[in-house]
Every structure is written in structure tokens, then in C-alpha cells.
Design a binder for this molecule. Structure first.
Ligand code: R5P
Length: 298
């Protein structure tokens, strides 16, 4: 088994390789002055099982393009299988048509990945459980939630917390975590978005959070606005403290700054996305999904 890394998450690749007890194989990624890339696999892959790790983090289009070309290079060099780990699957929020005239971006991504040679996909905490159906190759839907449940069990008194989904779409996720923790109570924020620009238009709360430590669990933090607004709503409704857990630290725009300045005590994420040094902030804590990925790849 050979493992290759795209440019987006080299530290995760190293950790996964360590768990698999193999070295990361070399690939030359040359960037032309105009930004185009030339990729050359520098190892014999003929008839070998190959793995590529690449997250579709910021900039997603560039990272995807690099991944497409890397898969192509492996396929042309005769790789037997190309297992592709996209820990954070970009474009998954556009998995169906919300308004007339829209593209289904995720289908475009899925078609290209399969066309260029991906034989199996591994990804974490997909936005919807139906996403694997978009792919014509097997998909392993992995999750950071057991890691979060373990951490919650260790850091909190379970009698004092209430789990919170920051939107209706996350109820399935929050129920799973609640079960992992022996049916801890949960509440839900109901938020509505303007479909044209994504802005949150209104939010309400279902469930009792008074006198409790609220632990929000979500799949991703993009701008951070969902988390900050949910935290404000929870505190207005009597929660004593708010902690946040999210698998994918997309951290777009000023997310790091607004989360640091917010009433949230701590923001726990996983390393499906490598947080750049300039986006790290004191309240941020990062847990590794490397072992979960490695176990699935064995
Ligand atoms: C939405 O459905 C997702 O689960 C996240 O809540 C959302 O993508 C977070 O976005 P932002 O951080 O920009 O509010």
C-alpha cells in the first residue's frame, strides 16, 4: 500500500501514514507562474494499491484540481486502486437544487473524481447521510463524533450539560452524540437562511438550556456566524457557558477573530482541515482523526 499527499493537509497525511506504518511516497507538485500545476508521481505504482489524502479546504477549487490531476497521474502510472481520502468534502452543501437554475456542484465533483480514476472515497461527517449516493464508487462515511463524545465525557460532568444542534439539519448528528453519552438531553436552534446570500434571517430555540453548560455540535464552522449566534441565543435563554465542537474547521473570512471574541468558552475541531498558522486562536483546540482514517484504510 502506498500513500500520497496533496498540498492541503500534509500533517494529517503524515499522521495517517504513521498509524499505517508506511512512509509517504514522493510526488512532485510543480506550480507554473500562472498557477497551473504539473504533478509527477515519483514512485513505481504499477499494480499497487494507492491512497491519496487531500482536503477540499480553502481554496477548494485549487485543492480539487490538484487532486484530480494527482489521481490521473496515478492512474496513468498503472495504480491498481486509488483510494481517495477527502477528509473535508468541499461542495457538499450544494448536493441538490435549492432554487431553479442552480447546478448540483457535488455531482460535478463526484463525476470528475470517478472519471479520472478514484476507486473508493473516504470522508468525514458528511453534511447529509445521502451524499454517498451521489458517487458511483464505494464511499466510507467516517465520523469524528466518537472522538468528540470521548472528549465531552472526559471534560464535563454529563449531568450539567445539554447538547445543542445549531440548526434543524444537525438533529440526526446531535441524537447520535446524545446516544454515545447515555442519552444526554439535547436542544435545537431553528435557523433560517436567505437562499440567495446565505445570511441567517432568524433563529429560535427548542429545548431547555437554563442553568446548563451548552455543548454545540456541528459538522463545520465556515464563517463562524452560526456558532456565535447560537451561543448568544443559548446564553439569552439561560445557558451558563457555551462550548463548541465541529468536525471541519473551514474558518472562512474572519471566523478565527469572531470566535475568539465571542461568548464561546472553547472551540474544539478535528484536523480534517489543516488550520493555517495565521488562523489559529487561543480558544481553538484540535483533535486528530488520523487513527480513525488509518483504521478504515487498513
Ligand atoms: C449548515 O447547515 C452547516 O451545518 C453549518 O452550520 C454551516 O455551514 C456553518 O456556516 P457558518 O459558520 O458560515 O455560519
Amino acid at each position: 500500500m502506498l500513500i500520497f499527499s496533496g498540498s492541503s493537509n500534509k500533517s494529517l497525511t503524515q499522521k495517517i501514514a504513521k498509524h499505517l506504518d508506511i512512509k509517504v511516497s514522493p510526488a512532485e507538485i510543480f506550480v507554473f507562474p500562472d498557477g497551473e500545476k504539473r504533478i509527477r508521481i515519483q514512485e513505481k505504482v504499477l499494480d499497487k494499491d494507492c491512497i491519496i489524502i487531500q482536503s477540499a479546504s480553502i481554496p477548494p477549487d485549487e485543492n480539487y484540481m490538484e487532486l484530480f490531476i494527482m489521481i490521473d497521474a496515478l492512474k496513468r502510472s498503472g495504480a491498481k486502486t486509488i483510494k481517495t481520502v477527502i477528509p473535508y468534502l468541499g461542495y457538499q452543501r450544494q448536493d441538490h437544487i435549492f432554487r431553479d437554475g442552480e447546478a448540483v456542484s457535488l455531482e460535478v465533483i463526484a463525476e470528475i473524481l470517478v472519471k479520472v480514476g478514484m476507486t473508493e472515497l473516504f470522508s468525514f461527517d458528511l453534511h447529509s447521510p445521502k451524499i454517498p449516493e451521489v458517487f458511483s464508487v464505494p464511499v466510507k462515511h467516517l465520523s469524528a463524533l466518537p472522538l468528540f463524545a470521548e472528549k465531552i465525557k472526559k471534560d464535563f460532568n454529563l449531568d450539567e450539560i445539554v447538547l445543542v444542534s445549531p440548526d434543524m439539519g444537525g438533529i440526526r448528528r446531535i441524537k447520535q452524540v446524545s446516544e454515545m453519552l447515555g442519552n444526554v438531553p439535547f436542544a435545537t436552534v431553528e435557523k433560517n437562511r436567505d437562499l440567495a446570500n446565505g445570511a441567517i434571517t432568524d433563529a429560535g430555540l427548542t429545548g431547555d438550556v437554563r442553568g446548563k453548560t451548552a455543548v454545540i455540535v456541528d459538522d463545520m464552522i465556515s464563517t463562524g456566524i452560526t456558532m456565535v449566534e447560537a451561543a448568544n441565543l443559548l446564553i439569552e435563554n439561560g445557558a451558563t457557558k457555551v462550548f463548541v465542537f465541529a468536525t471541519h474547521a473551514v474558518l472562512a473570512k474572519y471566523a478565527d477573530k469572531i470566535l475568539q471574541k465571542s461568548r464561546i468558552e472553547r472551540v474544539v475541531v478535528s484536523d480534517t482541515i489543516e488550520v493555517p498558522l495565521y488562523s489559529l486562536f487561543p480558544k481553538l483546540e484540535i483533535l486528530s482523526i488520523a487513527k480513525i482514517a488509518a483504521d478504515a484504510l487498513k
